[in-house]
Design a protein around this ligand. Sequence first.
Ligand SMILES: C[S@@+](CC[C@H](N)C(=O)[O-])C[C@H]1O[C@@H](n2cnc3c(N)ncnc32)[C@H](O)[C@@H]1O
Length: 292
Amino acid sequence: MEFFERVKKINPAILEAKKDSFSFRINHHRATIDEVIELLQKEGYTPQKVDWAEDVFTLPIEYRKPLVKTKTYTKNLIYIQNLSSIFAAYSLDVLPTDWVLDLAAAPGGKSLILSERAQKVSAVEPDKSRFFRMKRNFKEHGAKNIQTYNKDGRFIYKSCPEWFDKVFLDAPCSSEAHIDGEVTWWSMRRVRRFSKLQKELIISAFESLKPGGQMIYATCTYAPEENEEVIDFLLQKKPNAKVLPVEVPFTNYQGGITQWEDKHFNKEVKKCVRILPSGTYSGFFLALIKKK
Ligand SMILES: C[S@@+](CC[C@H](N)C(=O)[O-])C[C@H]1O[C@@H](n2cnc3c(N)ncnc32)[C@H](O)[C@@H]1O
């Protein structure tokens, strides 16, 4: 099958990965780290802290079902989220005075992280039902500094040019990292359709960013057409865009690739990070971009 052949070419280890644990982070809008850990210990859990963040923990996968029945979870004191997603959001250096745009935001997991660090967050989501689910999510988790917009991210830059200190674009993608076993919905046509949308979104994200600001482009897919090719497109269109290196505190990742089939990308894309699935980490791609 074409999908597996393509992924093997990027890195054969991707197809051998096994998920053995899951992760969650503390919801700082509702509780402190100590309060949550004490409560969880009383409820019979001993979560392991990850070594790159004070407020991110893992548990073996079999604890996921019982954990969602605990008070800690039902009172929204924690947020279950994949380590790769958390790492991507933590890679944006958000300051307490920052106004952050989350351009493709539902269900809102990354906006919640950004809202704990920024002065305010503007979260954009065009899909009506996902938009209302996201609003509920923000309310339940006590985030009061997020404004929500039921809009198409491709056009946001027109009403908000150079408004935001930081931008996060967790782009809609072909979600190859979530293909588990049988491939039913993958096609090259779908990959190309997302690539086109992502190119429009990354331009909108970049245009919305203040000069001197930084943004993250991320996907949960492996396809170079949706990753390196999108970054290469931005570099071609916007000479004031620069890819910055990301410090990665774990080993299951590789830099961006500069050649795919007959395409050659700008060498700068080597600074992008493709997280390889392993243990608690799902497959993910991220690029940190600065606007000069
Ligand atoms: C990968 S998900 C975002 C996940 C989210 N950042 C989180 O951490 O919870 C991508 C989102 O982009 C939305 N989307 C699709 N087309 C879009 C567009 N044109 N503009 C903005 N968002 C779009 C999808 O509906 C989906 O909710």
